[in-house]
Design a protein around this ligand. Structure first.
Ligand code: NAP
Length: 489
């Protein structure tokens, strides 16, 4: 199967840090269909060879075992081309159309990795140049808009020229092997399904923490913040994967229909819940991984009086028969204590205690997504009685024990990475791991009242010291329900 992959933003950070290495890995392992051409597109005036040299230089920065040898790169580079094109100039698209039409590849993928403000223009120009034929697929990077109205505007512009099945909205979290395992855990095993409901589950915690600050992306982040960057997309997609009903089959729309129902069932915000169930924070100076680090407002590209949140903790509820009353806590932030992504399912304690157990002990399923990929099942067990000098036996109470499944050890850490998987899915036309426009709009609809409330709140985000787990208000929020974050208890 021949394909053309046009990479708008072909010289950008995403292209060289994620997309090119992912394409190379697919090429190295023979999963990239033969007969492919990759066309990097940007306004720079580069020859094909200069573009290949640019990508090669970037590859020298990737992990050693992922770096191509001279010969490997030469074979990969034969697929690479460059086209100078300004996406705001219709005439430039005529040259792209000429290139694409001359080859008549089976599949044409247009990967739009430019600033989000250019998405609409790119999609409209693709159509105006006659490049939106049935073999065309368009990949849109996040963020798709900065609120519901701008998201809808992009989706409407896309809908005018492309059918939904031609549009691949990336949420790279969905491409992670660990997230796919979450679907496997729920829908490939009968064990958990009867337990997966309000009668047995006390609360669910989704944590996505980073120990790094904003690094070189301060200017971008300052206009985005944690709610838009992590909650509206990744966190809500994880919540859907945990909370959705089993789909009738594994087809894209069957899965996406069920995710949409979860988003629609999220309890709407009230002035009280906005006040009590959402905490926003911003990191102050502190110690991260043993080194002193500056406050967010002292980072390059960040406004000195910025009110942008680098931390969000919130309590959501899915108002349906399965989940009514079960809190789903979401927490994400930068410069937190560790880099971690995990989902913790806290089961209810036994209804009647016949053993002595440590305070608050109950079963817990931990789904580790990052950096470890695996499952932990926390149980209670009877430890061996100890003989005391008096000849009597000590009275032991049940002790917490853990079953630990490390997917990296079990399946090898060389599994296909998120971007590699997603790029191959686009080329092969599989939509399962991509987000439909109605899901995205529903997610924006739910987070928008939070953004509105923050705009009117003169208090601003709560400061927290870098290297900690965020503002103490996040612990107070969960404590009001009688629970605690998984690292606290
Ligand atoms: P970037 O480093 O600023 O790169 C932007 C790219 O777009 C460059 O290749 C730039 O090249 C090109 N470009 C800008 N204006 C153009 C125009 N008028 N016509 C044609 N090309 C143009 O941005 P990025 O970090 O790669 O991000 C790209 C997109 O991916 C954004 O939507 C971002 O939100 C999203 N994203 C990025 C990351 C990441 O890790 N970087 C992660 C998730 C999502 P020229 O200036 O030479 O034209």
């Amino acid at each position: 199967m021949s394909f053309d992959l046009v990479l708008f933003g072909g010289t950008g950070d995403l292209a060289w840090r994620k997309l090119m290495p992912a394409l190379f890995q697919a090429f190295r392992h023979g999963s990239l269909p033969a007969g492919g051409r990759i066309i990097g597109v940007a306004r720079d005036d580069l020859s094909d060879d200069a573009y290949r040299a640019f990508i090669k230089a970037r590859f020298d920065e990737v992990e050693l075992d992922k770096r191509p040898s001279q010969q490997e790169f030469a074979r990969f580079a034969a697929m690479l081309n460059f086209l100078r094109l300004d996406v705001t100039k219709p005439a430039d698209f005529a040259r792209l159309a000429e290139m694409i039409k001359a080859r008549q590849a089976d599949t044409v993928v247009m990967y739009v990795a430019t600033a989000p403000g250019l998405f609409t223009s790119v999609v409209e120009q693709i159509a105006a140049a006659g490049l939106n034929g049935p073999s065309t697929r368009v990949v849109l990077e996040k963020p798709l808009g900065h609120d519901l109205a701008s998201n809808r505007a992009i989706n409407e512009a896309v809908r005018r020229v492309l059918s939904e099945k031609q549009v691949f909205r990336i949420d790279h979290y969905l491409g992670k092997p660990s997230v796919q395992n979450l679907f496997a855990l729920r829908f490939g095993n009968a064990l958990f399904e009867p337990l997966w409901r309000r009668e047995n589950i006390a609360n669910i915690q989704i944590t996505m923490s980073e120990d790094l600050g904003v690094e070189k992306r301060g200017a971008f982040y300052d206009h985005t913040g944690a709610l838009r960057d992590m909650v509206q997309n990744h966190a809500l997609q994880l919540l859907c994967a945990i909370g959705m009903e089993p789909p009738i089959n594994a087809h894209a729309d069957a899965i996406r229909d069920e995710k949409l129902k979860v988003l629609r069932a999220l309890k709407p915000w009230t002035p009280e819940t906005l006040q009590q169930h959402v905490v926003r924070g911003q990191y102050a100076a502190g110690i991260s991984n043993g080194a002193a680090v500056p406050a967010y407002t002292d980072e390059p590209g960040v406004a000195p009086n910025s009110q942008t949140e680098t931390f969000v903790a919130l309590r959501a509820e899915i108002a349906n028969w399965r989940w009514a009353g079960v809190p789903f806590y979401i927490r994400t932030g930068k410069r937190l204590a560790t880099r971690d992504a995990r989902i913790v399912v806290n089961f209810r304690p036994t209804p009647h205690a016949i053993f002595s157990t440590p305070a608050g002990a109950a079963n817990r399923l931990v789904i580790n997504l990052q950096p470890k990929d695996g499952l932990e099942l926390h149980l209670l067990a009877q430890g061996a009685d100890k003989r005391l000098a008096s000849g009597q036996r000590s009275s032991t109470q049940l002790a917490p024990v853990q079953l630990d499944l490390d997917f990296d050890k079990r399946f090898g850490s060389e599994r296909v990475g998120a971007y590699e998987r997603l790029l191959l899915d686009v080329i092969e036309g599989r939509l399962n791991l991509f987000v439909r426009s109605d899901e995205q709009e529903e997610a924006w609809r739910w987070v928008e009242p939070i953004l509105d409330a923050w705009r009117q709140d003169s208090q601003g985000p709560r400061p927290y010291a870098a290297g900690t787990w965020g503002p103490s208000a996040a612990s107070a929020m969960i404590a009001r329900d009688g629970f605690c974050w998984s690292e606290e208890c």
